[in-house]
Design a protein around this ligand. Sequence first.
Ligand code: SF4
Ligand code: SF4
Length: 292
Amino acid sequence: MQQATAVVLAPQDAVEADLLCHAFVTSGKRDRLMPMPPEVETLLPGVFFCDPLDGLSSGAAAAVKVAGWLHQLAEQPKPIAASVDPHRCRACKTCIDICELGAPQLVGEEPQRHSWIDPMICSGCASCAARCPSGAITAGDATDEQLDAMLAAVLKADDRNAGQKAVVFTCNWDAYRGLEAAGRQHASYTPWIYPLKVMCLGRLNPGILLSAFYLGADGVLLLGCAPEECHYTFGNQRAQETFDLTRRLMQLLGHANKCLVLDRIAADDAESWVSKIQTFMDGLNGGGQQHG
Ligand code: SF4
Ligand code: SF4
């Protein structure tokens, strides 16, 4: 049996709502915590919100949501949640600093003290797995080895392709929905891109991105959610940090001729998807300069 506590925020008025927002929201965006009615869920797991202008109905809705959330206690932990191997963990606290949801915590006594990720809170972005210096965290969606295997599979020699090969990492949210929208609309774009979906671009690390180049990609495009729309609130920032570090590493390793781009896209925007893919491929075929 797992334990969890739900919090229902019920401000009396807009002023109190703003104070609560500032106390809880790390992105600085009010609408992260207070979605428009009738929504009562926030992006913080276990934190619910009652609209002060409609306390009666939003209170009832919050009660239903809380009941549903707590009901998960009777279920198995979310398969998407990251997990820690306590034997590899060095209790360095990196994961605690990375996760703005507060899912990892140190448990146990020295010398066996180690991190543990609360599966009720973890939303599976895997940003912590990308940065654990001990490789102690396993991402819920795909391990590094599985991502490497997927890269190798999509980049294996293809005699039909005389042009440049590009891997497009998409997050599971706005970017992937852009790809799906393009598919639904039968939009036309180059077949020489190889899309790979991860839950969040924050899940990637320089090792995975460099692997793509070593396995044969001429370019790597990272497509994530639009600014301030990150499903995990902090994944966009983690992706930017990884991108900046990888670019520096590429220059040091003599791969400055390879093309690595980080871009964002709104959900369901098929036109933008096609345009960004085309622009990226044009840049790749025109010399492959790195840009951000
Ligand atoms: S980042 Fe890795 S090694 Fe550090 S505390 Fe978390 S799980 Fe342990
Ligand atoms: S996977 Fe994401 S949400 Fe889960 S503990 Fe790691 S950083 Fe936090």
